[in-house]
Design a protein around this ligand. Structure first.
Ligand code: TZP
Ligand code: MG
Length: 222
């Protein structure tokens, strides 16, 4: 995927696992509403006690991949390179504790998208040099969605990493909602990644639509 297409795709990056989806909605339903509302990238992040494993996880990934394909939206798998290959997803997202970045790139090949979570300038440079296509920076704000999340870094961390590492798309993550999406992009991100702002919303379609509008207008004035 061209870098300019990745930048476009990061605008509203909706992340979900089955346990994140609330209000009686399945993950498939939640993701479909998000796509209808304007999600431009989707990540399957299946974690936690009671989450899907084995063939159930694979079947779910395959269903989500085909939903995303219908909307021509890239579908990314968190952490699990094997699941990414088996479900023929469009890419993989890894954190700092998920193994060697260059190894992950080798495993998934040059045609898949590789995203890496970073917190420091050094991590950002390392990720770029080892084959990352985009960086996830966060938590920007406080979040209770990720158990082992670092301290909220604020938008200054996005500004700092953007200053030092230019040639790579960046998405902000952590505690982002429609009121905050604009300032995250103004700080130098190409888009916003959200979990609860969509998965926990009363109306995920409307929530995604508002986020996408806020992100879109901040991008166009950048
Ligand atoms: N990485 C950093 S913060 C976070 C992840 C996966 C959780 C984001 O969830 P929310 O609900 O959008 O704060
Ligand atoms: Mg991880």
């Amino acid at each position: 995927m061209k870098q300019s297409d990745i930048i476009q795709a990061l605008r509203l990056y909706v992340i979900a696992g089955t346990l994140n989806c609330k209000n009686g909605r399945s993950i498939e339903e939640t993701v479909e509403r998000a796509l209808q509302g304007g999600a431009t990238m989707v990540q399957f992040r299946e974690k936690g006690h009671g989450s899907l494993t084995g063939s159930d996880k694979l079947q779910c990934a395959i269903r989500l991949k085909s939903l995303c394909a219908a909307y021509r939206v890239p579908f990314i798998i968190n952490d699990d390179a094997e699941l990414m290959l088996l479900s023929d997803a469009d890419g993989l997202h890894i954190g700092q504790d998920d193994g060697d970045i260059a190894e992950a790139r080798k495993r998934i090949g040059v045609n898949k998208i590789l995203g890496v979570s970073v917190y420091t300038v050094a991590e950002a440079k390392h990720a770029l040099q080892n084959g990352a296509d985009y960086l996830g920076i966060g938590p920007v704000y406080e979040t209770s969605t990720k158990e082992d999340a670092k301290q909220a870094a604020g938008i200054v961390r996005i500004q700092l990493i953007r200053e030092h590492v230019q040639n790579i798309p960046i998405v902000g993550i952590g505690g982002i909602n429609e009121d905050r999406a604009g300032e995250v992009i103004k700080a130098g991100a190409d888009g916003v990644a959200v979990i609860t702002a969509v998965t926990d919303a009363g109306r995920p379609l409307a929530a995604a639509r508002r986020l996408s509008e806020k992100a879109g207008s901040a991008c166009s004035t950048n």
